[in-house]
Write a protein that binds this ligand. Structure first.
Ligand SMILES: [Zn+2]
Length: 133
């Protein structure tokens, strides 16, 4: 299996920046690009709850904001301090199906267990850009 230690280390470092005073559920994410750049994200909560932003969206929006696109992304890591591996919420899955290649590795970990998956596996039969072309 390919080694994801580098991106997992980056994602766990990002998790330390989580702003989660309400849920106390800390999530970190990292996008690794083909030019060797690591772009971190963390979950950022809000007292109005609905305006909270998940770590994986923070990271991938930052990557796109810096000019990267799906074909530039090698892998995405999402880590949490939960009892079990945290998987992306439904909203994030819809975002990731838009902004990642279908077969880009998504590495999930809670520090004890690690799972490698793809957005195709996480969101089968998705509604996406192909439906509108
Ligand atoms: Zn989410």
């Amino acid at each position: 299996m390919e080694c994801y230690d580098d991106i997992l280390t980056q994602a766990f470092a990002a998790m330390k920046n989580a702003y989660a005073p309400y849920s106390k559920y800390h999530v970190g994410a990292c996008v690794k690009t083909k030019d060797g750049t690591y772009i971190q994200g963390a979950n950022i909560e809000n007292a109005s709850y609905g305006l909270s932003n998940c770590a994986e969206r923070s990271a991938i929006f930052a990557a796109y904001s810096q000019g990267y696109r799906k074909q530039d992304i090698v892998s995405l890591a999402i880590v949490s301090d939960g009892k079990r591996i945290g998987t992306p919420c439904g909203a994030c899955r819809q975002v990731l199906v838009e902004l990642l290649e279908k077969d880009t590795p998504i590495v999930l970990s809670n520090g004890k267990d690690t799972l490698v998956t793809t957005i195709a596996e996480l969101l089968p039969m998705s509604f996406d850009s192909e439906d509108l072309s």
